[in-house]
Design a protein around this ligand. Structure first.
Ligand code: HEM
Length: 335
């Protein structure tokens, strides 16, 4: 059972459950298999069958879903969306043809070793969102922010997006997905490639105007304490549970939370073991960031860490929901 399901008082649960994007995501996490682990799904999410219940949708969403991606494909221009171009009808899930084209481009650009960067890129595009200012978020503005200190190492992540954007020209995805969509889709592709859940990511995100960097100073510091992290995530509209479950992305990469390209719940199990405090652990100084170490010391975060350490299926399901929420931050009309 997911943390969201277990904790009826969880902040924001009702809002998430009734939001069309999040309701999709709740069902989009891979179903539990006989072993209790979500079943690996090598196939594309079934776009047509992953629709929000009609009662949860505005007329605009219903119109978009009825027309599906064919509606979006009919937009003028015939190219991947450029700066300032906005899709008016999202969120929609890509049609099977569009999804197949995207998956082909992703498979070419993103091998396992690039998955940590692809996933980190999503957070760094999304993480500039301010719920109070209603700006920032997933809009591909990361391409104008790559020289900021917090974005070190992400130039190669952005190059993956450029490569896929170029490879999708002349395919059914042309004119349908934006660079912001590709960032969101690439992160989900990376999670799946590394054995994580199969997350259905809707498309239709506008991109920032040329040169339009989002406001600086909104990404959390790796030296932040738990209170600062909670406040930073709250300013983006995230709950403590979402801070914890999204931090589980650090299962990818080389910070010592298991295999660098295996998406599993080892992050949470390590947070409980605290190997960075163990004098017998030769790699202790390399394991985790200060911002990881503070989480199990925080009474608000600890229950979620314990749940995800014990129950990988819960981690996968809740990560899927929080990931789709993260990928909707700042998208007009989505969040
Ligand atoms: C909670 C606040 C967070 C902080 C302070 C933070 C900070 C960092 C830092 C400093 C690194 C680089 C570590 C290194 O290689 O030396 C890193 C790596 C990474 N972060 Fe985060 N992060 C946070 C949350 C997130 C979230 C929410 C996601 C995605 C959902 C994410 C995804 C990643 C991934 C996948 C890597 C590995 C990248 C690679 O090895 O190339 N992080 N993070």
């Amino acid at each position: 059972m997911s943390v969201l399901a277990r904790r009826p008082s969880c902040q924001g649960r009702a809002a998430r459950a009734s939001h069309p994007v999040f309701a999709w995501a709740a069902r989009a996490g891979a179903p539990a298999g006989p072993s209790g682990q979500p079943q690996a799904s090598s196939s594309a999410p079934a776009a047509a069958s992953t629709r929000a219940p009609a009662g949860q949708l505005s007329r605009r969403y219903l119109f978009a879903l009825a027309g599906g991606v064919a509606l979006l494909g009919g937009l003028p221009g015939g190219s991947l969306l450029g700066p300032g171009r906005a899709l008016a009808a999202g969120p929609v899930l890509p049609s099977p043809e569009v999804k197949a084209a995207i998956d082909k481009a992703m498979a070419k650009a993103i091998q396992k070793g690039k998955c940590p960067t692809a996933l980190r890129l999503v957070f760094h595009d999304a993480g500039t969102f301010s719920a109070a200012a209603r700006d920032g978020g997933v809009n591909a503005s990361i391409q104008y922010e790559l020289d900021r200190p917090e974005n070190f190492g992400l130039k190669r992540g952005w190059r993956l997006i450029e490569q896929m954007r170029d490879d999708l020209k002349g395919t059914p995805a042309e004119g349908v997905v934006s660079e912001a969509d590709l960032i969101a889709l690439a992160g989900a592709f990376a999670v799946r490639l590394c054995g994580g859940p199969d997350i259905a990511v809707p498309i239709g995100r506008p991109v920032a105007a040329a040169g339009g960097a989002d406001p600086a100073g909104r990404m959390p510091s790796e030296k932040a304490g738990a209170e600062e992290l909670k406040a930073n995530f709250a300013a983006k509209g995230f709950t403590v549970q979402e801070l914890v479950v999204l931090s589980g992305a650090h299962t990818l990469g080389s910070k010592g939370f298991g295999d660098a390209t295996t998406f599993d719940n080892e992050y949470f199990r390590a947070l409980l073991r605290k190997p960075w405090l163990d004098p017998k652990e030769p790699m202790r100084e390399m394991i985790g960031l200060p911002s990881d170490h503070v989480l199990p010391e925080d009474p608000d975060c600890l229950p979620y860490i314990k749940t995800y350490a014990e129950d990988q299926a819960a981690f996968f399901r809740d990560f899927s929901v929080a990931y789709v929420k993260m990928c909707s931050l700042g998208v007009p009309g989505w969040a």
